[in-house]
Write a protein that binds this ligand. Structure first.
Ligand code: ATP
Length: 205
């Protein structure tokens, strides 16, 4: 099985996330993509996200009907700061026959050498760098010191292209707080969930 792992806060999920997962699924011929909300992202420790239950439920609503994309509660169940290396090690243990791909944007690739145990991350999963339309070429330079040249070539050939979609969860939260429309920025069921549960009523950032 070829399995894509896509981590984020998903606070809330939006169409940029969903299209990224789908482009990777198609272009890398993945059997499944797991979207894994972080309990606490190591990069967003100062900011209080919406409750884990809400973020997971919105993700499940957003993915409803998808055969290949699914939400994984792994990091939420583990709790604490969500380190990618721990998540990949756990998935590799659970799915020993799976070939893992770690989906990430070019910005995350640049920061990867500073993550916890980057070399082990690259052994456990092949980083699949997602390039957004119009963006500059990703810089693989930082990885050269961490992985073999053979692995680097494999990472190079696992790039994914997606159209530029200028959406972010921050925008959605800001819009919700201001009472602006979320229509067509996130699936309708997620929009309704945000309304019903009165999420993001006060600006959090
Ligand atoms: P926030 O605005 O709260 O920082 P976000 O929209 O960037 O959130 P995250 O859940 O942090 O969403 O994102 C997880 C991953 O999804 C990130 O690595 C980011 O690169 C990617 N991503 C987010 N929005 C888009 C988008 N519009 N197009 C492509 N990738 C995206």
């Amino acid at each position: 099985m070829r399995l894509g792992i896509f981590g984020g806060s998903f606070d809330p999920v939006h169409y940029g996330h969903l299209l990224l997962a789908e482009c990777a699924r198609e272009q890398l011929a993945l059997d499944q993509v797991w979207l894994v909300p972080a309990a606490v992202s190591p990069f967003k420790i100062g900011r209080q996200p919406a409750p884990a239950k809400d973020r997971l439920e919105m993700l499940e609503l957003g993915l409803a009907g998808s055969e290949h994309l699914r939400a994984s509660p792994l990091e939420l169940d583990r709790g604490g700061i969500s380190y990618t290396v721990d998540t990949l090690a756990e998935i590799a243990r659970q799915q020993p026959a799976a070939k893992l791909f770690l989906l990430m944007g070019a910005d995350a690739l640049r920061d990867l050498p500073a993550w916890r145990e980057p070399a082990r991350i690259c052994e456990l999963a092949t980083p699949a760098v997602v390039r957004r339309g119009g963006a500059a070429d990703p810089d693989f330079g930082g990885l050269a010191a961490i992985v073999s040249s053979q692995r680097l070539a494999e990472i190079h050939s696992s790039q994914v292209q997606m159209p530029l979609i200028e959406l972010s969860s921050t925008d959605l939260r800001t819009r919700a707080a201001a009472g602006h429309s979320l229509r067509y920025r996130t699936p309708r069921a997620v929009e309704k969930y945000i309304e019903t549960h009165r999420l993001y009523q006060a600006a959090r950032d």
